[in-house]
Design a binder for this molecule. Sequence first.
Ligand SMILES: N[C@@H](CCC[C@H](N)C(=O)O)C(=O)O
Length: 270
Amino acid sequence: MRFLKGHGTENDFVILPDLDDGLDVSAALVAKICDRRAGIGADGVLRVARTKQHAEVAQHAEVAEWFMDYRNADGSVAEMCGNGVRVFARYLLDAGLVEGTEFVLATRGGPRRVRSEPNGDITVDMGRPSVLGESTASVSGHEYPGLRVDMGNPHLACAIGDPVVQVDLSHQPGFDTGVFPAGVNIELFNPVGVSRVVMRVYERGSGETRSCGTGAVATAVAAAHLSGDTTGTWTVEVTGGTLTVILDEDTSYLSGPAVILASGELMLAE
Ligand SMILES: N[C@@H](CCC[C@H](N)C(=O)O)C(=O)O
């Protein structure tokens, strides 16, 4: 099985080109691939599939030839992955599977338009964030109130008084399972200047990661909300680099680097 490895601000992925739709990618195989000792190691897997072959996204085949079949490191399926879309787009561009610098790809969360920028960054139109109210995350005995934001996938973005670098995110934070029956991605952030935040994230299905694109947009929405805003350009400093988020009236954009760093032949089997 051919694979590539890539990352976006160190949110890292194994890419499985499955252009003929022949791969049986079970949850167990994904978990093995993502294992950082016994596998290649990654926060998730991006299977490159044809949109028209998949009933769950086939309605977008007219606008998006390629479907990002995203799986978390534990093998669970998620609707969207912002950094995954950017790395997936980088792969499609490098492999010559798309024409031009702007195109649409399919995700379970809906079609997403991407643009390759002159400086090499990839920008994604992430759609309009849905603000769903408030909830609370608990970490090491602290209760952190936050904003529920749906980005196609669920987020709880919490501004905290403690420096985020000091928080222990080695375990799953507590959350209200009545509010988030399918689990949630939890962002903790500190506002650090004008339209600038430092963020850490504990991802559903992957644990703490060094970046999360949907989480960066959710965090920008929550940070803007604190100052009574819904629009603006935000710099989100994550552990693995820096992302830019633009919030406008109708949609949101995520920009940053996306890199393919290796390719090879995978010998793992279930
Ligand atoms: N890292 C991603 C989000 C991946 C999915 C998430 N763990 C979930 O289960 O919803 C991103 O960059 O958005």
